[in-house]
Design a protein around this ligand. Structure first.
Ligand SMILES: NC(=O)c1ccc[n+]([C@@H]2O[C@H](COP(=O)([O-])OP(=O)(O)OC[C@H]3O[C@@H](n4cnc5c(N)ncnc54)[C@H](OP(=O)(O)O)[C@@H]3O)[C@@H](O)[C@H]2O)c1
Length: 240
């Protein structure tokens, strides 16, 4: 896809890799609708990026709000080309210590939210005569289970299955579907997950953003359906 003048929706644009995706896309002359709950963070990004970044306060677990916003925003003369399903979170913890509410929050955000917005965007993409692209952000935790990650693993394995089904379903409609499986990236994710801080051996948000741009810029006749990214050395420099 030639990205110039395209229109993208990025969920979770207020921090971390969603912010880096928005910066990289605007740098490629894409108009980005950046969705998240923290409007102040989105406004700061708008100040940095200018008119090509459009902040949208949205809780992606709220289907009615998503439905209303998509139908108010898009029409036959203004169609989305790109959807980046990035918003997500984790709570680390042993299965007998993870609360029901923490588990539900992960499922509602990482799984239901991805379905809700995809469900509403796909009909507009089907009307788009240009090739479109949906990129879902799973995780290494969508490929490999690990202790204290049972809830998060559940949701990211789900994103993998959703992505593969969608890829096979939508290819004949001219819609590419890719799934990214990054390892640890230095973002706020580790604070939200109560999983300790970040360290300098982790990947940086810009590393993941440049890979995302590479996926989007593939010629229209093929796609890269899955990408795994890992830090070369996953251990903190402080670990022996
Ligand atoms: N960091 C890693 O090591 C890593 C590795 C692999 C995959 N991932 C995945 O990458 C994605 C982005 O994470 P990140 O590392 O960039 O973490 P982050 O900095 O914590 O960003 C998470 C984003 O998701 C948004 N979000 C969370 N719940 C939301 C909701 N209900 N509605 C709308 N937006 C919501 C947050 O915005 P608000 O709080 O403003 O709503 C924020 O913008 C997640 O799906 C995560 O699972 C992260």
């Amino acid at each position: 896809m030639n990205l110039s003048k395209k229109t993208a929706i990025v969920t979770g644009a207020s921090s971390g890799i969603g912010k880096a995706f928005s910066q990289a896309l605007v740098g490629k002359d894409v108009t980005v609708y950046g969705l998240a709950r923290r409007m102040n963070k989105l406004q700061e990004l708008k100040t940095e990026l200018g008119e090509r970044f459009i902040p949208v306060q949205m809780d992606i677990t709220d289907f009615a709000a998503i439905e209303g916003w998509i139908d108010r925003t898009f029409n036959d003369n203004h169609l989305p080309d790109i959807l980046i399903n990035n918003a997500g979170l984790s709570t680390f913890g042993k299965v007998d210590e993870l609360s029901v509410s923490e588990f539900h929050t992960m499922v509602k955000t990482n799984v239901n939210g991805v379905f809700y917005i995809t469900r509403k965007v796909v009909p507009y993409m089907k009307n788009n005569p240009e090739v479109c692209h949906i990129i879902n952000i799973s995780s290494i935790a969508g490929l490999v289970g690990n202790p204290q990650l049972s809830g998060y693993n559940t949701t990211k394995f789900a994103v993998r299955g959703f992505s593969e089904a969608l890829f096979k379903e939508l290819r004949y409609d001219g819609i590419k579907v890719s799934c990214m499986y990054p390892g640890s990236i230095a973002t706020e994710f580790f604070d939200t997950a109560n999983a300790g801080g970040t360290h300098p051996n982790m990947m940086m948000p810009g590393d993941v953003a440049s890979t995302l741009i590479h996926l989007l810029e593939t010629p229209d006749n093929f796609l890269i359906d899955e990408v795994t990214m890992r830090p070369l050395n996953p251990k903190s420099p402080n670990d022996k």
